[in-house]
Ligand binder design. Sequence first.
Ligand code: HEM
Length: 348
Amino acid sequence: MLRMGRASATAGVLRFVRAFALCVATACLLLAAGMPSPVAAQDPSKLSLQYYSKTCPNVEHVVRTEMECAVRADTRNAALMLRLHFHDCFVQGCDGSVLLDDTATMIGEKQAEQNVNSLKGFDLVDKIKEKLEAECPGTVSCADLLAIAARDAVVLVGGPYWDVPVGRLDSKKASLDLANSDIPTAQQGLLTLIAKFWEKGLDATDMVALVGSHTIGFARCENFRDRIYGDFEMTSKYNPSSEAYLSKLKEVCPRDGGDDNISAMDSHTSDVFDNAYFETLIKGEGLLNSDQAMWSSIAGYSTSDTVNKYWADPEAFFKQFSDSMVKMGNITNPAGGEVRKTCRFVNT
Ligand code: HEM
């Protein structure tokens, strides 16, 4: 018979509990792809549609007017604002942290691998913020500005409208480390990407719909060189016309150099928010490895059906995209914050 003292029995129980917890955590990660819906990491209940109804009733009008002007001047501005909101929400929650400039004591998120030389639109944010400060000083957060501007951006290039709950606060600090670890990259595979969205309370359906944002905007050669020359080489497996597309991409993006040359992620209609991006994936013409990963399967889990659905049914895409944008916008920073006077610096 096995005999144990009380101390070693307790240690045994603790070991068991620890092992069990680790097992559950690992299983959660691995099963993330197959589970019905993740638990939201933060409580979004403080956001509301009426938040500024007394303090800044014109907030939506002010942002919309500036966005109209900017998108009329250059439709790329729509893509810039949409991506800024995404990169804001994935780091500490939607708290304007991405907008903070470096200071003598802090290196901000603008220096993160996925942001440096790539994330743009900060001048436009400054311009909108100036107008908001003139309309209602010290009232509207930069995080809310981004959430509203991202929605307007989508609408202005033909996408769906959704109501944007507001009341976010701006963080007092940025996190370069979290920006480097939490923002997905073009080189990551389907399971990693699912896990990264899962950590933010977004499931695989949210992910596919949100990545549908790549129906507008451009990527730099640096981010798709692997796709045209490397291990993930684009082939004519799915569609013979891909060969012509591939040669065009090789002209834009040589093996060496040309890192900042750009190509549209939706080669058909990069100025319009529509569902054509999903067709490019079905043809095997996703520009980024991560784009093409959306039309793939791994470990018995596949997101291809969702891609097929959004190509067949644009309304279903628009509906899910709107819902998922609200969900992403609800990721708040539990640390709270302030309403910054200028989006680039915390208040003094
Ligand atoms: C799997 C997740 C995602 C990955 C790996 C990813 C990666 C990228 C990369 C590498 C670029 C090109 C950047 C450059 O070359 O300068 C890009 C552009 C863009 N991304 Fe994503 N992205 C993802 C999801 C999202 C989401 C969820 C949104 C919005 C909700 C979004 C919006 C955009 C937009 C609008 C652009 C174009 C920006 C421009 O024209 O400058 N992306 N993304």
